[in-house]
Design a protein around this ligand. Structure first.
Ligand code: AMP
Length: 570
């Protein structure tokens, strides 16, 4: 017995001593991504559109890294220390990319600020984050000038392209970005030694349902997200691509592309401030872009331009669309008319942001065109590293049957644990409630039915505002559509459809109603349809339903219509 015990304890202690494994413990650090890109893809280009009548800025990864080194030394000379936050108010540009990396290399936190947030929110966010330095594009100087007296922790403003700023917009004591870099050599600084769990990025949610909340990304979460989102069944990024992130670098790090593109060595094409359909199309053609990434609103503009000018793409092969649901009509036009493959993706600020990407499995590739189109409406399968679950309001897990909608929960190494200031993020059981309602089918394809606060609860059943909007957009006379729920005495809530007609269309509510009646269950039909000139969009291009609800708060659904159309199950 004694003999057996000693053998057992020997084997346990041997196991313990080898528990850590025998692999190198190299911490993940974001600066390594650009450093490696400069060595392995040194001649690959980064092109940055300039918006003040100048030619695009063009340089290579090797040159980009040299400037990252210069910026790193300059920021250190300003007295910034690891952990300090550097705010940015900037478009997608090479300078913004340099800030992403120089801050990471020094152990600073790059805090991308969304210039489309209200001034009140921005003031609150900058003070809350305790940003020390602000790096700004000249377009945002009037905004910063106005905010500056109320920003408690900012000790230096640095201006990109300051010489182009109108005299009235200039900020006394602001430093010029180029002049700052010029003071430093391009040799590699001693980058900070950072633990991979330390933060490198910070982004605030838009706060449509309360105060904005800050999410800090770590070197580890950012690097892992970059790997996972580059995979073939994610964004399928490679050194053969020329990629245009249209999604702003101030909105969840442009879906992580500023990290994943240098990781794989793809050519980067940054559109700057000109986000209209014509400018984007021209830049894509000039730089032979093979992949673009942007929200559906941006695609509305591009498709309108192509339609008006009877143009199409010569190099674009695929486009990732996410941020809000891509309507089926949009997917169909991009795929059928322009022969560009749509990759629908889902994510959120709290997930760095990519959670799911819609790429077909081998079996699904064989399906016919119509089926594949209806599959593309779904937001796809959780990317490796992300675990998902759907549950009822009472916490019961729902099956993956493609027809049981429930609260979508996620967990994984790039999902928020807690917001800045210790605000609770994930639940105590380790899952994060996304606030989205979704179904998951037998193959794991997620279909986002709605935001839980936007879904219309009619007579105890749910009507998906996303599905209604997408069907309305199928009508050739509809440019954009939004659906909100309005209170109803009998059914609790009923849908109101608000549409922007296409220019020169003679769309009438009755015609649209008949069109929807052919495609939707009777009880889903909106109780009223309003035609408007434009719809409000939030800071990230999403429909601002809070504003629509306010705008239509006194709207009354005609009782006769209610009786005629409503058929929810009580
Ligand atoms: P944000 O944190 O501002 O990026 O917003 C995240 C929210 O946008 C998600 O929780 C979803 O409600 C919505 N969203 C993102 N991508 C999609 C998509 N492909 N389809 C539908 N909703 C989406």
């Amino acid at each position: 017995m004694r003999h057996r015990e000693s053998r057992l304890s020997r084997s346990i202690s041997t196991t313990r001593s080898t528990m850590l494994g025998s692999m190198m413990d190299v911490p993940m650090n974001v600066i390594q991504i650009i450093e490696r890109a400069s060595r392995h893809h040194g001649s690959t280009e980064i092109v940055s559109a300039r918006s003040h009548g100048e030619e695009a800025h063009r340089y290579t990864y090797a040159e980009a890294y040299q400037r990252v080194c210069q910026l790193g030394k300059a920021l250190r000379a300003l007295g910034l220390e690891p952990g300090d936050r550097v705010g940015t108010l900037a478009w997608n540009s090479h300078a913004h990319l340099e800030v992403y990396y120089a801050t990471a290399g020094l152990g600073l936190v790059c805090h991308t600020l969304n210039p489309r947030f209200s001034a009140v929110d921005l003031e609150w966010i900058i003070n809350h984050a305790e940003d020390q330095v602000l790096i700004v594009d000249i377009d945002f100087l009037p905004l910063v000038k106005d905010l500056l007296p109320r920003l408690e922790t900012i000790r230096q403003v640095i201006v990109i392209d300051s010489q182009l700023a109108p005299a009235a917009d200039r900020i006394p004591d602001a430093l010029d970005y180029e002049a700052l870099l010029a003071t430093e050599s391009s040799s590699s600084p001693d980058w900070a030694t950072v633990d991979e769990h330390q933060p490198c990025g910070l982004c605030y949610t838009s706060g449509t349902t309360g105060m904005p909340k800050g999410v800090t990304y770590t070197h580890r979460s950012t690097t892992l997200h970059a790997y996972a989102s580059s995979l073939p069944d994610s964004f399928a990024l490679s050194a053969q691509d020329a990629v245009m992130p249209i999604v702003p670098m101030f909105h969840v790090n442009a879906w992580g592309l500023p990290y994943s593109l240098p990781l794989v060595g793809a050519k980067i094409v940054l559109p700057g401030r000109a986000l209209d359909g014509e400018s984007l199309f021209q830049l894509m053609e000039a730089e032979q872009v093979t992949m673009a990434a942007g929200v559906p609103t941006v695609w509305l503009g591009i498709l309108e331009h192509l339609n008006q000018k009877s143009r199409t793409f010569s190099s674009l092969k695929r486009t990732v669309i996410g941020g809000s649901a891509a309507p089926e009509s949009m997917i169909r036009t991009i795929e059928s008319t322009h022969k560009v493959s749509v990759v629908h993706a889902w994510g959120m600020t709290e997930i760095s942001p990519t959670g799911a990407v819609n790429t077909p499995t081998r079996a699904l590739r064989q399906t016919d065109e119509e089926l594949s189109l209806s599959l593309k409406k779904k937001q796809g399968r959780a990317i490796p590293g992300i675990d998902i679950r759907i549950e009822k309001a009472d916490g019961t897990t729902l099956p993956w049957d493609g027809s049981s909608p429930g609260h979508l929960l996620v967990r994984g190494p790039w999902v928020v644990q807690q917001y800045t200031g210790g605000v609770v993020g994930a639940r105590s059981d380790g899952w994060f409630d996304t606030g989205d309602i979704a179904t998951v089918d037998t193959q794991g394809f997620i279909h986002i039915v709605d935001r839980s606060k936007d879904v219309i609860k009619s007579g105890g059943e749910w009507i998906s505002s996303i599905a209604l909007e997408s069907t309305a957009c199928e009508h050739p006379g509809v440019f954009e559509a939004a659906v909100i729920g309005l209170p109803h005495p009998k059914w609790m809530e009923r849908p109101l459809l608000i549409c922007v007609p296409r220019p020169n269309s003679s769309l009438s509510p009755r015609e649209l109603r008949d069109f929807l009646a052919e495609r939707l269950p009777k009880w889903w039909l909106p109780d009223a349809i309003e035609l408007v000139d434009s719809l409000p969009h939030g800071a990230t291009g999403k429909l601002l339903k809070t504003e629509l609800r306010q705008q239509f708060s006194h709207y009354s659904l005609a009782p006769a219509d209610n009786e005629r159309t409503a058929g929810g199950v009580l």
